[in-house]
Ligand binder design. Structure first.
Ligand code: ADP
Length: 395
């Protein structure tokens, strides 16, 4: 059965088509710069690496999906979306209502629209995307997989903010988390790799990509996570600041007359690695830090933040079976992994430098032989996780 996974951003669509009978990828691609003259769409066929492209201007997501369908037709893979067995949608925010993948109904789309204030860039695009494909292929079932769902098991003492209770209630202010599909996928894969029942598995998962987050997972369920009401909280990221003293906002208003809306952009797009050293790509940061003090500082800050979260989550979990690294930096960056795990022998965390330096796309254990806590690298595969969840529900 063919399952299409869609990930719609504010001006982009990423997609991957799976053949679930043999769990293979048929094709993948993206549509970007939607709403601009310089839009670009690309589909790559996995088997022969053939690429199909379009450079026509794309005015909105609905047109983007049409261009995508056209590329599928050109490639000979399928003539329209009606041939699909199901479509899985990554949805950034599910509020407090959704804690598992869900078959789409009109009510589900309305719920996604109702929480637009919590995800103003993403949820509108998700709703438009779902409605468009439902119109194009009315007989194909759609499933939504929420980035927040896995974190819904957090206890109240983990997800509440210490603000006046009535504000939290009235305005739905709480920690929702993000990257849930990835944290869930890598924790399950890690437990399986170690031969431990997931319901008895405690771990700290570190999803370190452009966006970065950490989760404390107790008995296979999320106990705490670093992202908050929005994905801004927690670790330092490519362009996001992560945790800061919230009093910095009124302070900058007083001393520099920077309005809160502008601060929102600064904190999300101009901070993090980029804010400190002018580049948000960790490979460039590491290249630059050979000669540039600010790049070295950015690297040190990034790793130190993660170390602090590991310490905090270790204390919260009391027993930790594994530390799991995943995503672009987590999977590929031995320097960052080494810096994060340095001097943690007293917690039973120690990595073997040689194992850490080997590049591989496989799940692997990089700890020293006698380390009490295993340190694993688990390649994440959010799209495959969404495709599997979709298959389960459409079957
Ligand atoms: P996202 O999906 O959040 O956009 P990714 O998971 O693709 O991000 O991760 C992107 C990050 O991973 C970038 O900072 C990139 O520099 C980093 N990265 C990828 N490969 C390497 C590598 N070999 N060494 C260091 N960092 C890497």
């Amino acid at each position: 059965m063919k399952i299409l996974v869609l990930n719609l951003g504010s001006s982009s669509i990423k997609f991957k088509l799976f053949e679930m009978d043999d769990k293979s990828v048929i094709a993948s691609g993206l549509v970007e710069k939607i709403g601009e003259q310089s839009s670009y769409a690309k589909l790559k066929v996995e088997k022969n690496k053939e690429v199909f492209e379009s450079t026509n201007a794309i005015k909105d997501h609905a047109q983007g999906l049409e261009v995508m369908e056209e590329l599928f037709k050109k490639s000979g893979i399928m003539s329209d979306f009606g041939e699909l067995g199901g479509i899985g949608h990554r949805v950034v925010h599910g509020g407090s209502k959704y804690f598992k993948p869900t078959l789409v109904t009109e009510k589900v789309i309305q719920d996604i629209e109702d929480i637009i204030p919590l995800a103003p860039l993403h949820n509108p695009a998700h709703a438009i995307g779902i409605r468009s494909v439902m119109k194009k292929a009315p007989n194909v079932k759609n499933v939504v997989v929420f980035d927040t769902a896995f974190h819904q098991t957090m206890p109240k003492s983990s997800y509440m903010y210490a603000l006046p209770y009535e504000y939290c209630e009235k305005y739905k202010i709480r920690k929702y988390g993000a990257h849930g599909t990835s944290h869930e996928y890598v924790s399950k894969a890690g437990a399986k790799f170690m031969g431990i029942d997931i319901n008895n598995f405690n771990c700290i998962t570190l999803h370190l990509g452009n966006g970065a987050s950490a989760s404390a997972i107790k008995d296979g369920k999320c106990f705490d996570t670093s992202m908050g009401l929005t994905p801004l909280e927690g670790l330092m990221m490519g362009t996001r600041c992560g945790d800061i003293d919230p009093a910095i906002l009124p302070y900058l208003k007083r001393v520099a007359n920077i309005e809160v809306e502008e601060m929102d952009t600064i904190m999300n797009k101009k901070s993090g690695l980029y804010g400190i050293c002018g580049t948000n790509d960790m490979r460039d940061v590491e290249e630059k830090m050979k000669t540039d003090e600010k790049a070295k500082l950015a690297f040190d800050m990034f790793c130190y933040r993660i170390k602090k979260y590991v310490g905090a989550y270790y204390a919260a979990l009391s027993r930790v079976d594994a530390i799991i690294f995943t995503a672009g930096i987590g999977e590929n960056d031995n320097l960052a992994r080494e810096a994060i795990c340095e001097n943690m022998q007293s917690l039973g965390i120690a990595i073997d430098k040689e194992k850490n330096s080997i590049r591989s796309g496989e799940i692997r254990d990089i700890s020293t032989k006698d380390a009490k806590v295993r340190t694993l690298i688990v390649p994440t595969d959010e799209e495959f996780a969404i495709a599997s969840a979709t298959l389960e529900l459409v079957k």
